[in-house]
Design a protein around this ligand. Structure first.
Ligand code: NDP
Length: 325
């Protein structure tokens, strides 16, 4: 396994990490979650990603129970939670000082740990002043409940405002952002965020490296039974891919298949290795609904050397979506 610094922080995070969105508590039960976590950990993965909103807290309960029963030493792994979607009551959502504190305490209980390594604001909250959220995160850090705080799917402008508030009031600024990043979704990570890496040493823990599995190529001829796009409750995701824009992206994926064959690199490996080529990516968060997928994806580091400059140019010519920096 390769380890990378989380931005300019001192935290060494495995280049591949494991998340539990959709899977734990929906497709994956406790026994299988334990096997996935152990397999990842034994391969050198040291970061496990979660959120209060994943299966209404069930995902964190499963992860916490599994980690406890595996007996992983607390100083050998990094675990995260995210605050935003906690419940239906007005005080159970968003980024108010109250919900940030309550969500952290609840996540600590579900994950069975006494501190969170990483705690994210899962989305921006336009109804809470950013300084209130920054102070709430700072307080959790002062209390020893959180080590590093960050954002997810915030704009560069919003992240900059958090830094300015932190500077003005002498508070802890965010360390990392969790954006979507894959061959089909590039603008923020490759263009909008460039000043943030430079000015603030921001790290990125990127999500959906396979675009929810689409980049494996398995949706080329339709929606396979049991796959994410066929899951009840995720119709909204399937609908995204049924739009004109989604269909065009599927066509791009089909055009990558011959290149993957020519290189002798599977599509999942190609897509994940492509994310790893970006030095501003601190870690690629993998998702897996079954063990065989995880075992396969963990091998994708071996594909990185095969993505030479020439191959990267071939990929660029196919996807045709390089953002203007
Ligand atoms: P991916 O884009 O890699 O999708 C993972 C899914 O693709 C798997 O669950 C599986 O779905 C399918 N898959 C994975 N590997 C293979 C394979 N080798 N062959 C065939 N199918 C495969 O990542 P996710 O979208 O799951 O995101 C990863 C993590 O990122 C999440 O768990 C979460 O922690 C985080 N995340 C954060 C978000 C945020 O807003 N901050 C949003 C979304 C995710 P299936 O078998 O069901 O088809």
């Amino acid at each position: 396994m390769e380890y990378r610094r989380l931005g300019r922080s001192g935290l060494q995070v495995s280049a591949l990490s494991l998340g539990s969105w959709v899977t734990f508590g929906k497709q994956v039960n406790m026994r299988d979650a334990k096997t996935l976590l152990k397999t990842a950990y034994d391969a050198g993965v040291n970061f496990f990603d979660n959120a209060e909103g994943y299966e209404a807290g069930e995902s964190e309960k499963i992860m916490g129970e599994a980690i406890a029963s595996l007996g992983l030493p607390r100083d050998s792994f990094i675990v995260s939670s995210k605050v935003f979607w906690g419940g239906d009551q007005p005080t159970q959502r968003g980024l108010s000082a109250k919900h940030v504190r309550d969500a952290c305490d609840a996540a600590l209980g579900r994950l069975k740990v006494d501190y969170l390594d990483l705690f994210y604001c899962h989305r921006p909250d336009i109804d809470t002043p950013v300084a209130e959220t920054v102070r709430a995160m700072h307080n959790l850090i002062q209390q020893g409940k959180v080590l590093y705080w960050g954002t997810s799917e915030w704009s560069a402008q919003q992240i900059t405002e958090a830094h300015l508030a932190a500077r003005e009031f002498g508070l802890t600024p965010p360390t990392m952002e969790q954006p979507q990043y894959n061959l089909l979704h590039r603008d923020k990570v490759e263009a909008e965020f460039l000043p943030l890496y430079e000015n603030y040493g921001m790290g990125t823990t990127i999500w959906s490296p396979l675009a929810s599995g689409l980049l494996t190529g398995k949706y080329a001829e339709g929606i396979p039974e049991g796959s994410r796009l066929a899951l009840p409750g995720y119709e909204w995701l399937r609908e995204l891919w049924e739009t004109e824009n989604g269909k065009q992206k599927l066509e791009v994926i089909k055009k990558l298949l011959p290149l993957s064959k020519k290189l002798g690199v599977s599509m999942p490996h190609l897509a994940i290795a492509w994310c790893l080529k970006n030095p501003n990516v601190s870690t690629v968060i993998l998702g897996a609904s079954r063990l065989s997928q995880l075992e396969d994806n963990l091998e994708s580091l071996t594909a990185v050397p095969k993505l030479t400059d020439d191959v990267m140019q071939e990929i660029e010519a196919i996807v045709g979506n390089k953002p203007a920096a």
